[in-house]
Design a protein around this ligand. Structure first.
Ligand code: FE2
Length: 317
């Protein structure tokens, strides 16, 4: 994802409505879902990517996922993402070498990649982002896991997250998020939970409004063929205009496609939202109840009020 343990819900990698996979997943996760989400791996160290260790099978998995997503994302992903893919020279046939991508990232926005084995503790994760380092899981899923994976892997982290780090405004937003996370650590779990929702509904599952229509920028969607179509074309989910405090009150789904997608007008809008001092925001939110993932409020800027078809009835995270 990379992401911290508190931002851990993982299921964006799956096609949730494939019955077999969903059943397997719910069985596997039932005992591990907490109010912080599912935490499958907990590691701290930066490791070497060790590119020579990738097998032919690993590269084939990359190539299959890459080809599928490149096709489905045409006309669905935002232009900034598609352009950055080309600038990064992220190849279709072999797993990229992090050092090669770093050369482009460093010159564009000053970011670099660090290889890790899995999810990170909050303080480590936030510290990396604040230092313009993006943690990328070094291993890739198996051929049996193309549509189902219960934890972040290289494809999600690299294909889903890294291209937009080439965009100067989005790159600044990610850095500001890390700085905000470091501050939130001192404020307790409630602040971290609300901040995690900001990451979830923007970095992982965000949509952006463009002249050509809605487009995807969230990495959880960008790395999922099924959700790439669902988020834009289904009548089931809500699509609601970005509103920082509204979003930070909103619970979310980790076991299915999202019930609500928040739509930003621009990356500048995201960055501007993080310029504010968050402490007063946390204080205001302390008196307000959480909202269910599918709620629509009278004050919302509603682009689509979803039908709710297929929505899970279990509790939101
Ligand atoms: Fe992620």
């Amino acid at each position: 994802m990379q992401q911290s343990k508190i931002i851990a819900p993982i299921r964006r990698y799956i096609e949730p409505f494939q019955n077999k996979a969903s059943t397997m997943l719910s069985q596997r996760l039932d005992q591990k879902v907490t109010d912080k989400g599912y935490v499958p791996v907990y590691a701290t160290g930066v490791v070497a990517q060790d590119w020579a260790q990738y097998t032919d099978t690993d590269h084939t998995v990359w190539a299959q996922l890459y080809a599928r997503q490149r096709e489905v994302l045409q006309g669905r992903a935002c232009d900034e993402f598609l352009q950055a893919m080309a600038q990064l020279e992220m190849g279709p046939r072999q797993i990229p070498r992090f050092a090669d991508l770093d050369a482009h990232l460093q010159s564009a926005t000053g970011w670099r990649l660090v290889a890790v084995e899995g999810l990170l503790p909050d303080e480590v994760f936030f510290g990396h982002l604040a230092a313009r380092e993006f943690p990328v899981t070094r291993w890739i899923r198996s051929p049996e896991q193309l549509d189902y994976l219960a934890e972040p892997d290289l494809f999600h982290d690299l294909f889903g997250h890294v291209p937009l780090l080439m965009n100067p405004i989005f790159a600044d937003y990610m850095c500001a998020y890390g700085q905000g996370g470091l501050k939130a650590l001192a404020l307790g779990p409630r602040a971290l939970q609300q901040l995690a929702r900001l990451y979830w509904y923007t970095v992982e599952f965000g949509l952006i409004n463009t002249r050509a229509g809605l487009r995807i920028y969230g990495s959880g969607i960008l790395s999922s063929a099924g959700e790439s179509r669902h988020c834009l074309e289904s009548t089931a989910p809500n699509r609601i205009g970005f509103s920082l405090e509204r979003l930070m009150r909103t619970r979310y789904r980790i076991d299915s496609f999202q019930k609500t997608y928040f739509v930003t007008d621009s990356f500048q809008q995201l960055f501007d939202a993080t310029l504010a001092e968050f402490k007063p925001i946390y204080a205001r939110l302390a008196d307000q109840s959480d909202l269910a993932a599918g709620d629509v409020r009278a004050e919302d800027h509603v682009l689509q009020h979803g039908t709710g078809e297929g929505w899970a009835t279990s509790a939101d995270t």
